[in-house]
Design a protein around this ligand. Structure first.
Ligand code: ADP
Ligand code: GLC
Length: 468
């Protein structure tokens, strides 16, 4: 069975968030003697493409409306990844130093058309086309409706929704950019009067998955306008929890962290990483360290951070360290706060892969007060590194973290996203930290929880077989 994953991000090539981690790991865990799982992604102008050598395996032009645009398909010449990866190089549209921007309609439509044009010349078509998020959402529609791609009608395709907040909307005026199709079916593209690639994919894909079972249920109630669509299509929808790449995220071998460790050596290992963080960010090693890593957007509850941090630092003897970027207003507030809490609070505004690993290893608690969290990988990384997650029970967080008050509980959960509830959850963390024997017991137990991809990768394979 040949599977192709189509995505805008894939670790280690280009990463904005968890989508990259998933697409960079799932194919590796799907590959077996009977299964070839591959990735197709855009060729960006970034560190990875600068540092690697590529060969061109195909060149042609796509029609985007009335423009003819050159494209190439590239492969890595040396240093292969653990799975085959193909790059769609459209210099005019995709070769930029960013992944997402305001001109994404043309960029990702060009990407999707180039992929299908190239697939037309494949000797043997793939058995499954697996699309990820709205940037690839017009593929299920084009496979079903565009005259040019009639040969693909029988290829089963799947859409995985990593985040339904973003849907890729564009006006009907641009419908001419899509290769000609039966115009009687133009309604498949529409949701609420505009072209909505995510909605079109939900309608046309053979199956739709979300990245956790709870998120699937939540989307039927709140999906940024797509609730009724997801309810009416629910027969072909299911939730499959993401896994984590336990080769990359392994405290015993992680080359980013200051000192490696395992369950037996966690105290010394975590302490060395915490010491590095405290020295680097002028924090107090003796106090518990609460950290946040992520995008500073409303979904993550980040607009409340300035208030929450002030309150928590006033109430308790703790450190807080934040790594993230996003909303410029929140960024500014978080920077300003540094002056008021020198020695117990710090923030690195930006993106830093290495630092994120050291924080998972060195922090005592990881904060995730998300308003929306389709899956969330951070809490699973934290668990593997022995850092206790403090989460709002929603989406994948609800599916992966059990509160310490419950049987076999190991995390701290709260139900609402408010300054009061988040600070109360931090207070509970402080109380747990003060009970060092209990804290240490939990730290060891969470490192043993298995969130590796093996189970979920297999679930996807079963799903492919069921629709093939
Ligand atoms: P989302 O995809 O919604 O951002 P996830 O929890 O699925 O959330 O995944 C986020 C991924 O991005 C994790 O690998 C996390 O470590 C990483 N990440 C987020 N922000 C940063 C940052 N500022 N620096 C380094 N890594 C980050
Ligand atoms: C999205 C979601 C996040 C999820 C990730 C990977 O970015 O916001 O919750 O973990 O995709 O599926």
């Amino acid at each position: 069975m040949t599977i192709i994953h189509i995505s805008a991000e894939c670790y280690p090539v280009a990463k904005v968030g968890g989508l990259a981690d998933v697409v960079g790991a799932l194919p590796k865990y799907q590959n077996s003697p009977d299964i070839t799982s591959q990735v197709i992604m855009p060729f960006y102008n970034n560190k990875f493409t600068k540092e690697n050598v590529f060969t061109t395996i195909y060149s042609n032009q796509i029609s985007l409306g009335n423009r003819l645009i050159d494209f190439n398909v590239l492969m890595l010449k040396e240093k292969p990844l653990d799975f085959d990866i193909f790059f769609i190089d459209i210099p005019e549209l995709l070769f930029k130093d960013y992944v997402y921007s305001s001109d994404d309609t043309e960029r990702f439509l060009g990407f999707q058309i180039a992929i299908l044009d190239w697939l037309l010349v494949w000797e043997k078509y793939p058995d499954i086309i697996h699309c990820h998020d709205h940037h690839t959402g017009l593929i299920p529609f084009m496979l079903q409706e565009s005259y040019k791609y009639e040969a693909f009608r029988k290829i089963p395709n799947i859409l995985t929704i990593h985040n339904a907040q973003y849907q890729g909307w564009f006006p009907h005026l641009k419908v001419g950019l899509i290769p000609p199709f039966n115009f009687n079916h133009v309604g498949l593209l529409d949701w609420g009067g505009t072209i909505n690639p995510l909605a079109a994919a939900i309608k046309c894909a053979w199956h739709v998955t979300t990245v956790s079972p709870s998120y699937m249920e939540e989307l039927k109630l709140a999906a940024n306008g797509l609730e009724s669509l997801l309810s009416s299509e629910s027969d072909k929808c299911s939730g499959i929890l993401n896994g984590i790449d336990t080769d990359v995220w392994n405290p015993e071998t992680d080359h980013y962290i200051v000192k490696n460790y395992n369950i037996k050596t966690v105290k010394a290992g975590a302490d060395a990483n915490k010491k590095y963080l405290c020295d680097t960010f002028n924090l107090d090693f003796e106090k518990p360290l609460f950290a946040f890593i992520g995008r500073l957007v409303g979904e993550k509850g980040s607009d409340l951070f300035p208030q929450v941090f002030k309150q928590a630092l006033q109430n308790n003897n703790i450190n807080i360290l934040l790594l993230g970027s996003g909303n410029p207003f929140v960024e500014e507030e978080l920077k300003t706060l540094k002056n008021d809490y020198i020695g117990t609070y710090n923030a690195y505004i930006g993106y830093d892969e290495k630092l994120s690993h050291i924080i998972y290893a060195g922090a005592d608690f990881l904060l995730m007060p998300s308003r929306v969290e389709p899956c969330g990988l951070n809490q699973m990384y934290a668990l593997r590194y022995g850092t206790i997650p403090i989460v709002r029970s929603i989406g994948g967080l609800k599916d992966t973290v059990i509160d310490i008050s419950k049987e076999n509980g190991f995390g701290i959960c709260h139900n609402n996203v408010s300054v009061l509830e988040i600070t109360k959850a931090i207070d509970r963390g402080v109380a747990l930290y003060e009970n060092q024997s209990e804290y240490k017991k939990i730290r060891k137990s969470i490192m043993e929880i298995d969130h590796s991809w093996h189970v979920s990768a297999e679930e996807y394979i079963k799903l492919y077989k069921s629709i093939n």
